[in-house]
Ligand binder design. Sequence first.
Ligand code: GLA
Length: 394
Amino acid sequence: MKNQLYQEFDKLYNKEAANAYFSPGRVNLIGEHIDYNGGLVMPCAITFGTYLLVSPNNDGVFRFGSLNFDEKLEIPLQDDYKKIDGGWFNYPLGIIKHFLKDGHRLNGIDMLFYGDIPISSGLSSSASIEVVTAFALNELFDAGYTKLDLVKLSKSVENNFIGVNSGIMDQFAVAFGEKNKALMLNCDTLDYKAVDTNLGDYILAIINTNKPRKLAESKYNERVRECQSALAALKQQLDINNLCDIDTATFNKYSYLITDEVLYKRAKHVIEENNRVKLAAVALGNNDLTEFGRLMFASHDSLRDLYEVSGKELDAIVTYSKTDGNVVGARMTGAGFGGCAIALVKEDAFDNYSKQVIEYYTNAIGYAPSVYRSLIGNGVGEVVIGDQQLKIRD
Ligand code: GLA
């Protein structure tokens, strides 16, 4: 039997899809709110992601369909595009705009998207859809971008078309991710190393708060601005370009320059978190999961108290995880304000952990979280979609 996604494409466009692509989502193991401060992060691609089926058309139009949303868009090929209120298709539309701005000649295409990343969960569904579109257009129209160009282009769409001033971590992770590896990425130089995530008897659990994320984008942009202000204060005495250019000792020496208490807390988180990533890389190299887990808990505490991007939902997951003897570490992952937490859980205790955390969270918050066993997968690419059944929205 033909895969359900191909069937849906036939139904929608009355023809067969010519190519299929996949881009994953990501989790970040440690190094949160660091990328736009020029420091180190440690994300990995996950096996949830966005599929894109395409077929060229001779009508000179771009057609956007999705199995996740009812809204569709059909728009003629033109020189430029503006963001359209609220639509999911702004992500691929922004990518098309960017290709055109760079002078590439495109023709009409019919597109069908399907994502199995829970939307608004902080697992980078937006970077995933941006990168899968950019990758597909690059192949289809022979645009000649490198993978790193596609990452930068997708980030620029997120910043300038969508309006979120995010760093480069998400787009980088979903493009360059490798199976069973974490990326140790320097967000200033963009040098990276894929490191083995040898978790031994442990697995990575993803716990989705299922909290609707309101104001997340404006709060995110506020944090970016706060870091810029803290950096400006330090620059009075220090010749630096990013907050992560200094270590904790230098920060302690010069932190008097930051007179605003909120800005001080933000900068302290950033500089200490950057240091935690270095320690976490050493711990991972030594297979010392206890130390790695300790750093995850410390990262969460800092995001809660200094950076103030957690919330009672994410805190409830971490609070429970600290009491569970089969968990070595847990923290929020991604931007925060809801979204997901991750936990390193003993594999044979996963079912019990899942049951217990759901019960604890539901009592504390009033509705249930979702718990997934996460696999670390590959980055973006062309795919042949097998026969797996898709959990398409009811
Ligand atoms: C979001 C952004 C990233 C990064 C994280 C926080 O996922 O898109 O660029 O800043 O938040 O670490």
